[in-house]
Write a protein that binds this ligand. Structure first.
Ligand code: FES
Length: 251
C-alpha cells in the first residue's frame, strides 16, 4: 500500500486531507484554501503562467467538491451524482510514483516521468519537448528553463532531480487546492492539489502523498481519482472562467 512520502517534500498537517466518497464527491477536510487558477499562454501560445481567478470560496469543513462533472454549482457538489449515469470507480493503482516512472538522464538533470498522471496542461511543451530539454541541459539557463517547465506541471507527472547533489527540485507549496481553467483550449481542467495533502480512497486506502497532484472533476478520467487529461476530449467546461487582472499573484 502506498502511504509513504518518498520524495522528501513536506506533508500537509494531518487535519488537512481529502476523502473520495463512493459514487459521490470529494470531501475536503481541514479548510485548505480553494482558488481558481487560469492557464495563461505566452506569445507562442504555450501555457506559461497560472493566473488567479475569482472563485467564491465556500470555506466549509468538510467542503464537498463535485467529482462527476454534472453539478450545477461547480466546483461544489449539489447531489447531481445521484441523478445521472457515470462511472465513479477508482482505477488508479495504489503504488508509489517511483514504481511507475520512466527515467531520463541528462548531464545535469534527471527527469522522472509518470505518464499515467498527465493532466494535459502542456507547460512541458515550451521548448518543444521537456524530455529533450532535460537530456540536453548544460547551461544554468537551460537548467532553469527545464526546472520551470517541470515545476509548472500541475499533476506531478514530471519531477526533476539535480544529478550532482541528488536533490529533488520541487516548489515549496503551502497546502491548498485550486480549480484549473484552460481557456487556451476552451475547457476546464482538474482540481489542482498542492502541498502534500493526503488523499484517501473510498475504500479507505491512502494514496501516496505528493506535493503536486490533479484530481478529476469532469467524471471522465480512466485513472480516477486522478485526472488523465480526458476533460480536453470531453470539452468539460464549468462556465467559471473570468480572468481577474492580478498579475502580481501569477505563479
Ligand atoms: S478533470 Fe481531467 S480527466 Fe477529468
Amino acid at each position: 500500500m502506498a502511504d509513504e512520502h518518498d520524495k522528501g517534500h513536506r506533508k500537509a498537517p494531518a487535519h488537512i486531507y481529502i476523502r473520495v466518497m463512493k459514487g459521490g464527491p470529494y470531501l475536503v477536510y481541514g479548510n485548505p484554501p480553494l482558488d481558481q487558477e487560469i492557464v495563461i499562454p505566452n506569445e507562442n501560445g504555450t501555457p506559461w503562467i497560472y493566473r488567479k481567478g475569482t472563485l467564491k470560496f465556500a470555506g466549509k469543513d468538510p467542503m464537498e467538491l463535485c467529482r462527476c462533472g454534472a453539478s450545477a454549482d461547480k466546483p461544489y457538489c449539489d447531489g447531481s451524482h445521484n441523478c445521472h449515469e457515470w462511472d465513479s470507480s477508482e482505477t488508479a493503482k495504489h503504488v508509489t510514483d517511483s514504481e511507475q516512472v520512466d527515467v531520463i538522464e541528462g548531464e545535469r538533470l534527471v527527469l522522472h516521468d509518470n505518464g499515467g498522471l498527465c493532466a494535459f496542461a502542456r507547460f512541458c511543451e515550451e521548448k518543444g519537448s521537456i524530455w529533450n530539454s532535460v537530456h540536453d541541459a548544460r547551461t544554468d539557463d537551460e537548467v532553469e528553463s527545464a526546472k520551470r517547465e517541470v515545476c509548472h506541471c500541475p499533476s506531478g507527472r514530471l519531477s526533476l532531480w539535480d544529478k550532482k547533489s541528488g536533490k529533488l527540485l520541487e516548489p515549496d507549496f503551502a497546502p491548498s487546492l485550486s480549480i484549473v481553467e484552460d481557456p487556451g483550449i476552451k475547457v476546464s481542467g482538474p482540481i489542482r492539489v498542492k502541498g502534500g495533502i493526503k488523499l484517501i480512497s473510498a475504500e479507505n486506502e491512502p494514496y501516496e502523498i505528493r506535493n503536486r497532484m490533479t484530481l478529476c472533476r469532469c467524471g471522465k478520467s480512466r485513472n480516477k481519482p486522478f485526472c488523465d487529461g480526458s476533460h480536453a476530449n470531453a470539452r468539460f467546461n464549468d462556465g467559471l472562467t473570468q480572468i481577474a487582472r492580478r498579475p502580481s499573484e501569477d505563479e
